[in-house]
Write a protein that binds this ligand. Structure first.
Ligand SMILES: Nc1ncnc2c1ncn2[C@@H]1O[C@H](COP(=O)(O)OP(=O)(O)OP(=O)(O)O)[C@@H](O)[C@H]1O
Ligand SMILES: [Mg+2]
Length: 412
């Protein structure tokens, strides 16, 4: 199998660095053959704050994935997050030449450039320009206007930018770890690829990825990304609150959160006593599980209040009948979905990847949504590239595309 058939996703999170290696088979199915997950150092709130430490963690993650896969890897699709990420919607308009009223690739490029003008500045690095819809002579809802006739072409885009320094540090970190970057992808956009169906994106839905140091938000309306934001809060704050409230160490608080933590009273047992070690580890005291709820619930509510403010800012509250999908490692906290429903008054469900291969037990965990989503992006790109190269293939590009993604999305 040639090197083109190996696809790699690299998620550099605040809590863990994760490298996932996939192999594209002859029949365009992906098999995950390597995973390397290590605790991340030098990353805070999604951003590299200590380059040397971050490189060390990324190297370890890559090495571990390579060992498991038993192959060399050269490049990866890498996710980016952090509150430096900003997004905006914009619109471009151009006139189509009278001489050839058929819309060409050149016209599409021009209208997208027009939409970017004024939004993209030299102080920010452009991460994505996502076309939401094209409008030809007033006719809206067009996803691909190529070859259509018309005199006026409009395009609505969603533009995601990030701090130049943060992007440059990410590039430095990955390259110093021995990999070339194929593409940098906004984290929640990646997650959305592994856990949301196209039908949900069409209906309108809010995706919330609560990790260790960030809460990433993406709102999909009519199939496209309409709003995105990154908040600098996550599971770390819940753990810190527990450490303070229980007078214990961060390490102990993290263990207590994972073993006994819950965000709602009805899933806590009033009789259940949890033993807590003091900060120095010498004394022990007991608290009820209900007491843990008293510490955890306000922070979880606060996170969803922040999410609510973003939804309000987006103006999309009435456009997301699909409700909320919560993913990321912190979505494993029992009761989190109930709190989201109470605060945002929207139906809520948990989202995780639905891979059916050999490593499914490991991968179908909400903290892998982003890494698996990256793999799905990589797969789309490679699959389309291969289908263009192949002269023997009878299937059209769209069919291959649909087939490849089906392993991730056809689970509803
Ligand atoms: N069972 C659990 N209950 C509560 N929280 C959990 C549980 N399991 C993991 N977490 C929390 O999930 C967080 C890690 O999630 P994840 O792996 O998605 O983060 P990350 O991608 O490294 O960080 P970020 O995306 O914020 O940069 C940690 O704060 C951890 O405490
Ligand atoms: Mg993450």
């Amino acid at each position: 199998m040639g090197i083109d058939e190996i696809v790699v996703g690299l998620d550099i999170g605040s809590g863990k660095v994760c490298t996932v290696v996939g192999e594209l088979s002859e029949d365009d199915q992906i098999e995950i053959i390597g995973i390397g997950t290590v605790p991340s150092l030098g990353i805070k709130k999604g951003v590299i704050v200590d380059l040397e430490q971050a490189i060390q963690s990324v190297k370890e993650s890559i090495e571990s994935a390579k060992r498991m896969a038993g192959i060399r890897i050269n490049s990866a699709f890498v996710s980016i997050t952090g509150s430096h990420i900003t997004s905006a919607n914009s619109k471009g308009v151009i006139a189509i030449s009278d001489k050839s009223p058929e819309i060409t690739e050149n016209d599409i490029g021009k209208v997208i450039e027009a939409a970017k003008a004024g939004i993209v500045s030299s102080e920010k690095e452009l991460i994505h320009t996502l076309s939401r819809e094209f409008i030809v002579d007033g006719q809206s809802g067009i996803s691909d206007p190529l070859g259509m006739s018309g005199a006026r072409l409009e395009c609505k885009v969603h533009i995601i930018t990030g701090s130049i320094t943060a992007v440059q540090n990410l590039v430095k970190c990955v390259e110093a770890s021995g990999l070339d970057i194929e593409e940098i992808i906004f984290g929640t956009l990646a997650s959305s690829n592994s856990i949301l169906s196209n039908a949900e994106k069409e209906l309108g839905i809010l995706l919330v990825d609560i990790g260790a140091g960030t809460t990433e938000i993406a709102i999909f309306v009519e199939g496209g990304l309409a709003y995105s934001a990154v908040l600098p809060v996550g599971g770390v704050q819940i753990t810190n609150d527990l450490a303070v409230g229980l007078r214990t160490s961060i390490e102990e608080a993290e263990k207590i959160k994972i073993s006994y933590g819950t965000a709602v009273e009805n899933s806590a047992s009033p009789e259940k006593l949890v033993e807590i070690s003091s900060v120095n580890g010498k004394e022990k005291h007991n608290v009820s599980q209900k007491f843990l709820v008293e510490i955890i619930e306000p922070r979880v509510s606060e996170i969803f209040n922040f999410v609510g403010m973003e939804v309000k800012k987006s103006g999309c509250y009435n456009m997301i009948p699909g409700g909320i999908v919560i993913t990321g490692g912190s979505s494993l906290l029992p009761g989190i979905s109930e709190v989201a429903e109470q605060v945002l008054n929207l139906p809520s469900r948990l989202g995780r990847p639905h891979y059916e291969g050999e490593l499914a037990d490991m991968i179908n965990d909400p903290s892998y949504s982003e890494a698996i989503g990256l793999l799905s992006f990589a797969t789309e790109k490679y699959s389309i590239g291969r289908s263009f190269q192949s002269t023997k293939r009878k299937t059209g590009v769209k069919n291959i595309f649909t087939k490849i993604i089906s392993w991730l999305k056809d689970f509803f």
